[in-house]
Write a protein that binds this ligand. Sequence first.
Ligand SMILES: NC(=O)c1ccc[n+]([C@@H]2O[C@H](COP(=O)([O-])OP(=O)(O)OC[C@H]3O[C@@H](n4cnc5c(N)ncnc54)[C@H](OP(=O)(O)O)[C@@H]3O)[C@@H](O)[C@H]2O)c1
Length: 283
Amino acid sequence: MAISTLTLNDGNQVPWIGFGTGTALYQQDAQNTVETAITNGFTHLDGAQMYENEESLGAGIKASGTPRSTLFVTTKLHRLQPHQTAKTALEVSLKKLGLEYVDLYLVHVPGDHAGRLQEVWRSMEECKREGLSKSIGVSNFEVAHFQEILEGAEFTPSVNQIEIHPYVWKSLKPVIALHKEHGILTSSYGGLSPLFRAPGGPLGPVIEKIRTRLESTRGQSVSAGQVLNKWLQQYGILVITTSSKADRMREYLDTANVPELTAEEIELIENAGAQRHHKFFSD
Ligand SMILES: NC(=O)c1ccc[n+]([C@@H]2O[C@H](COP(=O)([O-])OP(=O)(O)OC[C@H]3O[C@@H](n4cnc5c(N)ncnc54)[C@H](OP(=O)(O)O)[C@@H]3O)[C@@H](O)[C@H]2O)c1
């Protein structure tokens, strides 16, 4: 089944769910896992210079035999070396990936470019203008970081990829409001953290109740992870996840077939999430 897409503010389309090569694959050879993810239906791959595995991400893409034009590939700008720009750093990434362009290039961590965000964004814009990246965006940006780059920008970032799950949802309201104002697509990572990085919290029983309801409505199995990914999907959030297992990769993609959560269920998730603030990733 074709993966549904979201439309970016520059008109490009992005598959709503992407397979990440950070976290579990950080500094690891990602070739086999990436090939398995593509073989099992993923068309959107999320890489980064920081993960130090762009060569193997590229090798996995090649090994899959899938035409480049049907894939959506992201990489992210790491800290700049002296005399490097976002553009020259992307040229290095493209060589490692064995690609002529990426679909999305993100500024990975704003703190890596303190005092230079505007200059970095100019160079990101050059990457888009020259077709080295079809779209450009940011990651881990808060409102103040956007204020630094938006004024005078030629291109508004298309995406902000941030940690999103119910234990941080309340704290994200200001940045998500800014996304709405500027047509920036909200993208998530760490979405399953409440279930597998900190099990047993206030969210646990709520997710289990909703999972059971969805399973009986569907007449087919629904996992706890699918409940959280469905919650994200219903907000139109671009989900970035990962797995070492083919079964789980298929389960993630199958989220699209899970029945919708009701407004009451969404409220239950958010109220339970608001009982605990827990950010799992530092930026
Ligand atoms: N921009 C940034 O700063 C940033 C930061 C962090 C991550 N990311 C990106 O986001 C991607 C995904 O990150 P994430 O790991 O945070 O995603 P996630 O969706 O929160 O978690 C995925 C992990 O959950 C595990 N999992 C799923 N179902 C499970 C179950 N039933 N029982 C036990 N474990 C289960 C998977 O393990 P299995 O292998 O067992 O399936 C996998 O390792 C990264 O690879 C990276 O590309 C970006």
